[in-house]
Design a protein around this ligand. Structure first.
Ligand code: NAD
Ligand code: DAU
Length: 351
């Protein structure tokens, strides 16, 4: 069936994988990628599909309510897959307002445009909101987040995502918009901006620079290969019932310090360094304020109801990821020049 789908944030890390998957797998769909191209948005993430006839890009800011209304008026979308966001916890600690603007106000702007232009056809349109497990707060050593875990966000980032989730649900309950939400754990893979732990560590190890590990490296994250996330979004988008929420995760918990040691071993092997060389770069630095101890996602609803399971073992995925960064030096050089250095120096200067 033909569909016109608005994907927001499609030039970012996960968004670019979602756009690629939909453009390649659904030639009958028209995909419009709307992105502001912030520091995290990069059209170089999409060079392999940018020429395809079912793909278009528009540069726009979701905080611009009038622009969102206008684009809905002109395009008559059948669905939205909303990924545009400020996504980095550390940046939210230094500048929370930007997160309120994009993640909360931007989401509400899109909901309002959908509410206005989809009137009379809410049951034929779908608003898919991509969210995070961080809305559930932090776990201690045991337990997992399920879809019924109460929201308890701690960082300005997770508070803004929690707020946006509530607005999306409220538009379903109040106006009857067809919405679905998914809450995913930490993603890793190609095209990941090197402010986040794994690509930052790969870049620093490659350049023989210190690898900053917050606190004692005891915090635990549940890592999922980004293409498995994009596949989950595809399945949920097509098969979830209206108003449903799905957790997405890898059943793949790692303490940061163990993950970094594994990464150092892979880098030693790939770079032909003596085993143990890269691990010498590990440097413990001041902990993140309010650092959530542990995230772990129970994705059994998605596995049981929609038959989704992660496809890659972590070690294999991490090797593929390292290979991608080593083969794409120009991409890495471009995104780590200019403003990145200013951010990096500010973020890590106190150590
Ligand atoms: P990212 O930072 O790599 O990409 C975000 C994209 O949104 C960029 O292309 C950026 O230019 C765009 N954007 C930012 N502000 C915008 C605005 N005002 N208007 C239009 N576009 C704007 O983020 P990501 O890691 O790809 O995350 C995508 C989504 O998935 C986010 O909603 C995030 O909360 C969620 N998520 C991320 C992870 C993860 O591990 N990275 C896990 C779960 C959920
Ligand atoms: O859980 C999903 C979330 O995962 C997403 O919603 C966020 O958008 C995404 O950024 C990610 O958040 P995290 O804060 O978990 O990811 P980050 O890569 O920033 O950090 C992973 C862990 O590594 C975390 O415990 C903090 C730690 N860390 C991070 C950096 C950047 C370090 O020890 N050193 C670092 O330099």
């Amino acid at each position: 069936m033909k569909k016109k789908i608005l994907v927001t944030g499609g030039a970012g890390f996960i968004g670019s994988h979602v756009v690629r998957r939909f453009v390649n797998n659904y030639p009958e769909y028209e995909i419009l990628n709307l992105d502001k191209l912030t520091y995290a948005g990069n059209l170089a993430n999409l060079t392999d599909i940018e020429h395809k006839p079912n793909y278009r890009f528009v540069k726009a800011d979701i905080t611009d309510a009038a622009a969102m209304v206008e684009i809905f008026r002109v395009e008559n979308f059948d669905a939205v897959i909303h990924l545009a966001a400020e996504s980095h916890v550390d940046r939210s600690i230094s500048d929370p307002t930007a997160f309120v603007m994009t993640n909360v106000i931007g989401t509400v702007n899109l909901l309002n445009a959908a509410r206005e232009y989809w009137k009379g056809a809410y049951d034929q349109k779908r608003f898919y909101h991509v969210s995070t497990d961080e809305v559930y707060g932090a776990l201690d050593e045991t337990g997992m987040f399920t879809e019924s875990t109460a929201y308890d966000p701690h960082s300005p980032y997770s508070a803004s995502k929690a707020s946006s989730d509530h607005f999306v649900s409220a538009y379903h309950d109040t106006y009857g918009l067809d919405v679905v939400i998914s809450n995913c754990s930490n993603n890793y893979g190609s095209h990941h901006f090197p402010e986040k732990l794994i690509p930052l560590a790969i870049n620093n190890i490659k350049n023989n620079q210190a690898v900053p590990v917050y606190g004692k490296g005891e915090n635990v994250r549940d890592w999922l290969w980004v293409e498995d996330h994009a596949r989950a979004i595809d399945v949920i988008f097509h098969e979830a019932k209206t108003g449903e929420t799905y957790n997405i995760g890898g059943h793949n918990e790692w303490k940061n310090i163990d993950l970094i040691h594994l990464l150092c071993k892979i880098m030693d092997k790939k770079l032909g360094r003596e085993m143990g060389t890269s691990a010498q770069l590990i440097t413990f630095v001041t902990d993140r304020a309010g650092h959530d101890l542990r995230y772990a996602i129970d994705s059994s609803k998605l596995q049981n109801k929609l038959n989704w399971v992660p496809s890659l073992q972590f070690e294999e995925g991490l090797e593929k990821t390292v290979d991608w960064y080593l083969e794409n030096e120009e991409w890495l050089r471009n995104v780590t020049s200019g403003n990145y250095q200013t951010y990096y120096n500010k973020q890590y200067s106190s150590n």
